[in-house]
Unconditional design. Structure first.
Length: 167
């Protein structure tokens, strides 16, 4: 019973959170003028979660279902295994989507990525929860650099579930 009491105390004191590790992989296509036209590999490996579960679960708060995100991103012909950081938002109720947003630096430039898993409804979860449509822009100019489609591969599900930990 002591461990449950400890968890309840941590929750009340806003010290209880969680983290998960996720891998999204697929392809991107450069916009004209930024690189070759063909599809090129893209992958991001991120850890996401919250350090304050109470705040995370408060539907009236501004951090409701918002996860901090950090990890590494590789985008063929742009960057290889560079650090990234941002957020992962579960917008199930308001927009029926999940949104990844993160920033990273490559070749002395800052970039901003937004990826969305869209059209999330109970009847299409196997597709909507595994397919992410993304855009990459230069952070300073806002110019569109690349569009992507990445996937959560079901073969990575055991590792994803095993990565769950209380924080």
């Amino acid at each position: 019973m002591g461990k449950i009491d400890d968890l309840v105390a941590m929750f009340r004191e806003r010290r209880l959170g969680f983290a998960l590790d996720e891998v999204m992989s697929g392809y991107h296509r450069f916009e004209p003028g930024f690189g070759p036209a063909g599809p090129l590999p893209m992958e991001f490996r991120v850890t996401w979660g919250t350090k304050n579960l109470r705040q995370y679960l408060d539907p009236k708060g501004d951090r409701f279902l918002v996860n901090d995100l950090h990890g590494r991103v590789s985008i063929e012909l742009l960057c290889c295994d560079v650090p990234c950081g941002g957020t992962l938002e579960f917008r199930y109720l308001s927009e029926h989507e999940i949104r990844y947003a993160f920033d990273f630096q490559a070749d002395s430039k800052m970039y901003h990525y937004v990826g969305e898993k869209v059209n999330i409804w109970p009847w299409n979860l196997p597709v909507s929860h595994t397919t992410c449509f993304g855009t990459l822009v230069e952070a300073e100019t806002g110019k569109l650099v690349s569009r992507s489609v990445t996937h959560f591969r079901l073969r990575t599900l055991p590792a994803f579930l095993a990565s769950f930990r209380l924080a």
